[in-house]
Design a binder for this molecule. Structure first.
Ligand code: GDP
Ligand code: MN
Length: 354
């Protein structure tokens, strides 16, 4: 389960990590009275990164700008997501931006700390990440190493303290990913988590009766690939979804998106997928490639037929449903003048014709 920034920061704050003062506002609501002085930053709470570059993070200096920013961001779609909430935070006086994350290293069965001395919005395209295994009692030496790497010798204790608190929070909360980018060093020399991304281990939910988070859209696994793509894809399972995108590319066509709808295909999730796809102006056909193992093909077929009714201007559907109850699925689709193709190869041929 991926958390939104404000949810992640609540966890960090409880773990004793410094985050900016902030208030959560529901989308479209009036600007709140801020319990801290301006300037502030208004941040879209969507389940995706890269908001800064897409206009989802705005610095505001006065009340009118705050009101405007809340209005603008409330209706701004980011990678297909509209925010249900906005986070309004006291602006930080950024001295330097660092990158820091904790991940599970499955090969060594340990938790690795990954850092980069230049954090911020461009960090993912950079080399020079530094990684160190955390053991639970090496925060002191890791802090020293980080201080040296960052060129922040006087911050050695603060970094050790941060590493220790992050490790404790990571293990206690059953996280699989914790990323702070940027970790801000303020001009006053304080370390503050400027942004936070956390993924929790769903299998550990039984240990956390207190876990209570905002419901995320069904399509959190939708990835835009090319805004001028001509073929959209919907598949179940990341492997099948990638194979579908690859097949489209190999055929010389341009995939618009990647979408793994996971183990459930409901009318809501398919409708939402269709709506997202209709935002791509060049899409001529949607390849739906589903293997009915856990999910049954007839359920998927019914969802497709119903979802289709509520989405105008839907491109041509090219459907392959294989597995449990695929014959019933073919009948359901046939009643709506939709046909089922037996394999992906034929879907690609059909896409070429479209
Ligand atoms: P992301 O783009 O989704 O990762 O959103 P971030 O929260 O990381 O914000 C993107 C960038 O906006 C940061 O790297 C900062 O450069 C800038 N930013 C965010 N908050 C502040 C702030 O309080 N003050 C200043 N000066 N810049 C900020
Ligand atoms: Mn960020």
């Amino acid at each position: 389960m991926k958390l939104l920034e404000y949810e992640a920061k609540n966890i960090l704050r409880r773990a004793g990590i410094t985050t900016p003062a902030g208030v959560v506002v529901a989308s479209g609501e009036a600007a709140p009275t801020l319990p801290f002085p301006l300037p502030a930053v208004v941040k879209s709470q969507v389940p995706t990164g890269g908001r800064g570059k897409l206009g989802g993070v705005m610095l505001v200096k006065d009340e009118p700008a705050l009101t405007d920013a809340i209005k603008t961001i409330s209706t701004l779609k980011i990678k297909g997501f509209l925010p249900r909430h906005l986070l309004v935070e006291q602006a930080i006086d950024i001295g330097r931006e660092l990158y820091l994350s904790l991940v599970i290293n499955r090969a060594t069965a340990s938790i690795d700390l990954i850092v980069h001395p230049e954090g911020g919005v461009e960090v993912e395209s950079q080399d020079g990440f530094f990684s160190r295994s955390l053991t639970g009692d090496n925060a002191g030496t890791v802090g020293e190493a980080l201080a040296e790497l960052f060129g922040l010798e006087e911050q050695s204790f603060a970094l050790a303290d941060l590493v220790e608190k992050l490790f404790t929070a990571f293990t206690r909360e059953d996280m699989t990913l914790l990323e702070i980018n940027p970790l801000v060093l303020t001009k006053q020399g304080e370390l503050i988590a400027g942004d936070a991304k956390i993924t929790l281990d769903d299998d550990a939910a039984f240990r956390h009766p207190d876990w209570d988070f905002e419901e995320k859209p069904a399509n959190a696994n939708f990835v835009s690939l090319d805004e001028n793509g001509t073929i959209a894809t919907i598949a179940n399972g990341a492997g099948l979804a990638m194979a579908t995108v690859d097949a489209v590319t190999d055929a010389g066509l341009t995939p618009a998106n990647f979408l793994d709808i996971g183990g459930t295909a409901t009318v809501e999730s398919i409708t939402e997928s269709f709506h997202k796809i209709t935002e791509f102006p060049e899409v001529r056909a949607i390849i739906i490639n589903i293997f009915g193992g856990i999910v049954r093909c007839d359920t998927v077929a019914t969802a497709i037929v119903e979802a289709r009714r509520s989405v105008p201007d839907l491109p041509r559907l090219i459907i392959r449903l294989s597995g449990t109850n695929s014959e019933q699925a073919a009948e359901i689709l046939a009643r709506d003048a939709l046909s089922l193709l037996p394999n992906l190869t034929q879907c690609i041929e059909e896409a070429h014709r479209a």
